[in-house]
Design a binder for this molecule. Structure first.
Ligand code: ZN
Length: 391
């Protein structure tokens, strides 16, 4: 447990105005994915002005080297990493604006507000000298948002050894502690037949029906979905296969030569991607044979499933910190989206927790975050570090 004095010291040291000014600075610089160079430079400058030693780590992306700070207590202990992405989705830029205690602007929720809270947590730890042991590793980078980025910088950071014993991600999830998340792949299936599109009345009687085959395929995917929904996890939900798009045909009386289907496959068991892919391969091979078509499957694994033990020291430290600030621990739950935590879990095999402000509007032009939430997150992060790094 963290002592009441420390909770008070940290709560006092987190400076709302200073945090806000950092968040505004970050939102003031547009940083669509693959263009986080200016914002990275600005963030390094802010941290240097605060007296932190900043490292710039290329990590597969020389255009905007990652911003890294190691805040060390000087005593042996665990390393807690705070990791954030500085890039935003490619939507029209919205400058920062404060309105009734709410900060708005592109990136306010996803996740410049969260990064500013991490920076403020570092400042509070330094000013209070309350980190009893271990260190906090802060990393901020580009290349997060898809489809524009390919996560190469996270991989570069991990490959270069910038990995804590546990990692916190200040994404906009605050009402539960996500101890698990499903893996996810996007699939595209293209059904072809030989020959060109042709008027329906001119087609040979045995011409394969790609559109009808597409419909069958969707039916079979639905049946597969029912079957795999038995693979369940208490926090993650269950395996699923989902079709969100089908396209074929040009006009009502022309027999098309191709049909495209796109969707997602999600799974609960870490490492299951190859097996999930093989299931779809078998399904399309069989259908191609019986329908006299050719079906190509394109599969892209976007993230693997992960889970964190309820008794992991990072979970205990986080819950103690949350209880100290909010009066109660968070209920355990799942992570509905895929974030860099999935990647750290898969590539570095460390426990990962996503927790950030109760912010809204991610991936829209109306992002906002209450300032109180940023202050809360900064306090929770600093106290989590104090509890976790001391082992
Ligand atoms: Zn994000």
């Amino acid at each position: 447990m963290v002592s009441e004095t420390i909770v008070k010291d940290i709560s006092r040291a987190v400076d709302r105005d200073r945090l806000l000014s950092t968040a505004i600075d970050l939102i003031s610089i547009p940083s669509p994915t693959r263009s986080a160079d200016k914002i990275s430079n600005r963030l390094s400058e802010i941290l240097q002005n605060d007296g932190f030693a900043v490292e710039r780590v290329e990590a597969n992306w020389p255009k905007a080297p990652a911003v890294v700070v190691r805040f060390e207590s000087g005593k042996r202990g665990r390393t807690l990493q705070f990791d954030g992405h500085l890039d935003t989705v490619h939507l029209p830029y919205v400058p920062p604006r404060i309105d009734n205690g709410i900060l708005r602007g592109l990136g306010a929720a996803d996740m410049k507000g969260g990064i500013a809270a991490c920076v403020e947590a570092l400042r509070a730890l330094r000013e209070t000298r309350a980190l009893p042991a271990g260190e906090v590793l802060f990393t901020a980078h580009d290349h997060h948002e898809g489809p524009w980025g390919d996560k190469r910088q996270i991989k570069g950071l991990i490959d270069a050894g910038y990995v804590g014993d546990a990692v916190l991600f200040p994404e906009y999830l605050s009402n539960r502690l996500p101890l698990a998340g499903r893996g996810m792949a996007i699939f595209q299936m293209t059904i072809h037949r030989t020959g060109e599109a042709i008027h329906e009345v001119l087609r040979p009687a045995d011409l394969p029906d790609v559109l009808g085959t597409g419909a069958k395929l969707i039916g079979q995917l639905g049946a597969l979905g029912k079957q795999i929904s038995a693979n369940a996890h208490p926090y993650m939900g269950n395996d699923s296969v989902f079709v969100g798009q089908i396209s074929s045909g040009e006009i009502y009386n022309q027999s098309p030569a191709q049909c495209h289907i796109q969707g997602t496959r999600r799974w609960v068991q870490p490492g299951y991607a190859p097996a999930a892919r093989a299931e779809l391969e078998t399904l399309v091979e069989r259908l191609a044979e019986t329908s006299n078509t050719q079906i190509d499957l394109n599969w892209q694994t976007r993230a693997d499933a992960f889970s964190v033990a309820e008794t992991d020291p990072i979970v205990l430290a986080f819950q103690n910190a949350h209880r100290a600030i909010a009066g109660h621990p968070l209920p355990f739950g799942d992570k509905p989206f895929v974030d860099d935590g999935n990647r750290y879990a898969a590539l570095a095999d460390v426990p990962v927790l996503t927790h950030g402000p109760n912010a809204r509007g991610a991936h829209t032009t109306d992002e906002w975050v209450p300032l109180d939430e940023l202050v809360r997150v900064a306090r929770v992060y600093a106290l989590t570090a104090i509890g976790y790094c001391n082992c």
